[in-house]
Design a protein around this ligand. Structure first.
Ligand SMILES: C[S@@+](CC[C@H](N)C(=O)[O-])C[C@H]1O[C@@H](n2cnc3c(N)ncnc32)[C@H](O)[C@@H]1O
Length: 238
């Protein structure tokens, strides 16, 4: 799979810099607030044990890393969020850290394709609505595996198309027509929200995505459909 233009890969982080100010607000509106439940599902899929080092890739405005911290609490020894869009990370930096947390999250500028970390550094790596936005999703997955310890876990949330025809048709109507219009009105960037549905519709999902995980060397890849398949949670281990 090759993505070439700005929106389909390399420069998508520039677009996220542009829409950073309205990103959180629109996430809430466009998902009817369900995005919080999806992030919670990912966090709750992590096996909590003391001394965890966790990394969130394509961390954006930080909500997934903070949700993971909220759920894992004092179990976390180190928490890092990495993203190339400095304006997204600037918002993450200003967010309140959950009270039960003993660590200060580190927000690091960097690309998923070349993570600025040593081999075998983390127990858990997550990526939420980010893998589709990278320049090279396959290389990014392999990088995430590289920085995971043996036995460590990867957790991925990504949009998908519902398998049930009626739900899918309704969803596509919303996704192709309503969402770009609302997103464009509030962010001033219609193309950014048109990109959302185009990139989701062309990205591998379900068994096809599990094949990518296997190809990078992950074991026991599996997935769970959330909200009738609008979002999929992928799980695998190193
Ligand atoms: C849809 S946002 C998701 C942000 C956050 N994970 C969330 O759940 O709200 C996608 C993020 O991917 C980041 N991104 C784009 N290209 C990337 C790359 N090559 N490596 C890592 N992150 C990238 C963008 O800067 C943006 O913050």
């Amino acid at each position: 799979m090759k993505f070439t233009n700005e929106f389909m890969g390399g420069g998508s982080w520039l677009m996220f810099n542009r829409i950073s100010k309205t990103y959180d607000f629109l996430n809430g509106i466009l998902s009817f607030g369900i995005d919080r439940c999806w992030r919670k599902s990912l966090a709750e899929s992590i096996y909590a044990r003391p001394g965890l080092k966790i990394l969130d890739v394509a961390a954006g405005t930080g909500d997934q890393l903070l949700e993971n911290l909220k759920y894992l609490g004092a179990c976390v020894e180190r928490a890092v969020g990495v993203d190339p869009a400095e304006k997204m990370l600037a918002i993450a930096c200003r967010k309140t850290v959950p009270r039960n947390t003993l660590v200060t999250p580190e927000w690091v500028l960097g690309w998923a394709e070349e993570l600025p970390f040593e081999d075998n550094e983390f127990d858990v790596v997550s990526i939420t609505f980010g893998i589709r936005n990278t320049m090279d999703p396959y290389k990014s997955l392999c990088e995430m595996r590289r920085v995971l310890k043996n036995g460590g876990s990867i957790r991925i949330l990504e949009f998908s198309l519902p398998p049930f025809t009626f739900v899918r048709e309704l969803y596509l109507l919303y996704f192709r027509r309503v969402l770009p219009w609302i997103g464009g009105r509030f962010s001033g960037d219609y193309s950014a929200y048109l990109y959302l549905n185009q990139s989701v519709e062309s990205f591998p999902q379900g068994d096809e995505f599990l094949e990518m995980l296997r190809g990078c060397g992950f074991v026991q890849p599996r997935f769970r459909l959330l909200t009738m398949g609008i979002v999929t949670l992928y799980l695998a281990e190193k």
